[in-house]
Design a binder for this molecule. Structure first.
Ligand SMILES: *Cc1c(COP(=O)(O)O)cnc(C)c1O
Length: 390
């Protein structure tokens, strides 16, 4: 097993996350700031690519749309999966070619479809009749892949219910697409974000493989299988290295989709999470009563300023403080806003140093994915997450 238990140990020639810690420790920040390393993004791309082999990587832009991330990935040869006109324009403006961009959102504004079509994008996702009607009208002749609803896999951040059609509807949608002059080329799905073990893909791949066979039997010579995202990041629970994990997934993919001349993968989290850390500050440490075992620790960043994925305590970020040599005690962690939902971890308290004080720096690790993208408004007057790229 190629266990990935020491991801923070630095390599000689690549910027490791310790370069992020060094950068944060040697600078001051007047607001919560995400510090991102281009080198770690490039390193993650290469690791995923090594395991994914012949699959094309379409980075899911929503995970982190910083221009430096997109530029780095363009330089590495990545392709992109975009969800809106804004994301398409971002990729095009930085030099991505339209044929390298898929429009993977299954719920698209008609004018965005027309924009994408005019820009030269030819690959679109759909999971419903009306969406296929819109694509046929605004992007005539386009290639479409049908997104399937798949059963829950045990992913930490499931994406299962909102997107995709039930397997038994897929062939009818392909028939409809073909009758409207579109080219039904394949299938897509998402196993759920932060699917910690490759083995957890197996049932989903079986379900999708069955629809693939059914579509071929119905006369649709599918050639594209889009396996979506789900590639995990290291939040403290042991995971396989990105290359090992991706290779294990690809081995299962290759057994199930005969005739697939093109495999697409859309990593988001696995590409950028470990490339970022947030420099944050402790605003208050308090006890609600003399009998309380847990302290409440209020940070200057919360659920509404970048840490949305703490919802349901699903994603558990690791923390670093300047007092990590001290004894620790259990803490309930909360954000700064005047909203009682702005509590990060309460059901499972976090162990933090007993001497933690207002004004202390706290580094939140593994924060490169789904933080700045969730933090675009300044709720309660707290500034949205600042981003610095090194
Ligand atoms: C968000 C998203 C992804 C990325 O998922 P991760 O779990 O972050 O890898 C991939 N594909 C689609 C269609 C998405 O919406």
């Amino acid at each position: 097993m190629n266990a990935y238990v020491t991801p923070f140990a630095g390599g000689d020639t690549i910027a490791s996350p310790s370069s992020l810690i060094d950068f944060i420790r040697s600078n001051t920040f007047d607001r919560p700031t995400l510090v991102l390393s281009r080198d770690v993004v490039a390193q993650n791309y290469r690791a995923l690519k090594s395991g994914l082999g012949r699959a094309d990587i379409h980075y899911a832009v929503k995970a982190n749309p910083a221009r430096e991330v997109i530029e780095t990935l363009i330089a590495e040869g990545s392709r992109f999966d975009a969800a809106s006109r804004g994301e398409i324009e971002l990729c095009l403006s930085l030099g991505a070619k339209p044929e390298q961009i898929s429009f993977g959102n299954t719920v698209k504004r008609a004018s965005d479809i027309a924009f994408a079509h005019a820009a030269g994008i030819t690959l679109f996702a759909a999971d419903a009749e009306m969406e296929i009607d819109k694509i046929a009208e605004h992007a005539p002749g386009a290639r479409v892949y049908i997104r399937l609803l798949v059963g829950a896999t045990g992913a930490d951040w499931p994406l299962s219910r909102k997107f995709g059609c039930a397997p038994e509807r897929a062939v009818a949608l392909m028939d409809q697409a073909a009758s409207l002059g579109l080219e039904p080329v394949g299938l897509s799905f998402h196993v759920g974000s932060q699917t910690r073990r490759a083995e957890m893909w197996r049932d989903t791949l079986d379900q999708v493989g069955a629809v693939w066979a059914e579509a071929h039997a119905a006369g649709h010579a599918l050639s594209v299988i889009n396996i979506g995202g789900g590639f995990p990041a290291f939040y403290g629970d042991e995971i396989a290295s990105p290359g090992r994990y991706a290779a294990d997934v690809m081995m299962m993919v290759e057994q199930r989709f005969p005739g697939a001349t093109r495999v697409m993968a859309e990593p988001g989290r696995g590409m950028v999470a470990e490339a970022g850390m947030i420099a944050a500050e402790v605003l208050l440490v308090s006890r609600k009563s003399d009998a309380d075992l847990c302290r409440w620790v209020y940070l200057d960043i919360g659920r509404f300023s970048g840490l949305a994925e703490t919802e349901g305590e699903a994603i558990r970020y690791p923390f670093l403080t300047e007092r990590d040599h001290e004894a620790t005690g259990p803490c309930i962690l909360a954000g700064p806003s005047c909203d009682s939902a702005d509590v990060l971890y309460e059901k499972r308290p976090v162990a933090l140093p007993v001497g933690l004080r207002a004004g202390d720096r706290i580094i939140i690790r593994c924060c490169g994915a789904y933080t700045s993208s969730y933090s675009s408004v300044g709720f309660n007057g707290f500034p949205p997450l600042d981003v610095v790229v090194i």
